[in-house]
Design a protein around this ligand. Structure first.
Ligand code: AMP
Length: 138
């Protein structure tokens, strides 16, 4: 399988589609998932082109994992979550739906089951507020 630049995250990285951005640097973009599995569901998207973990440059992984940790800590602090799931899917049978490498940071709350993967769309105003608060906590 080769990388197809027409995927949604490729378009967001090129500025062709909007996103609720939390943070951006030379290596990655952080944004709110618009179909969140929980309040504060955030995505870390490396800028380097790869379908997923399997074809990623190890240097990209080395650069992005500390950012995943920062986002996980910030999202937990901002939401008051009791835990955080970090997830990453490789190819459709494993649950991948967007074929540009990304990591999910999904806050988890005591007694609240996580929502369906890529389920209902979140309220834009709530995503804007969360993006601002998580950015401030990074
Ligand atoms: P995956 O299934 O691991 O490929 O994850 C893709 C994620 O992208 C899902 O959790 C979707 O809810 C999310 N998603 C899809 N389209 C967008 C979008 N335009 N902006 C932000 N998140 C998106």
């Amino acid at each position: 399988m080769t990388y197809d630049p027409s995927n949604i995250f490729g378009k967001i990285l090129r500025g062709e589609l909007p996103a609720h951005k939390v943070y951006e640097d030379d290596t990655a973009l952080v944004m709110m998932d618009i179909f969140p599995q929980s309040r504060g569901h955030t995505l870390i998207v490396p800028k380097a082109a790869s379908r997923n973990l399997l074809d990623a440059d190890p240097a990209t992984l080395a650069a992005v994992i500390p950012l995943v940790q920062r986002v996980a800590r910030a999202a937990k602090a901002v939401t008051g979550a009791d835990g955080v799931r970090v997830a990453q899917f490789n190819e459709a049978p494993a649950g991948q739906t967007v074929f540009h490498l990304h990591f999910h940071v999904i806050p988890a709350y005591d007694g609240v089951p996580l929502g369906a993967h890529a389920g209902g769309k979140a309220d834009d105003a709530e995503l804007i507020a969360l993006a601002k608060d998580i950015a401030a906590a990074l």
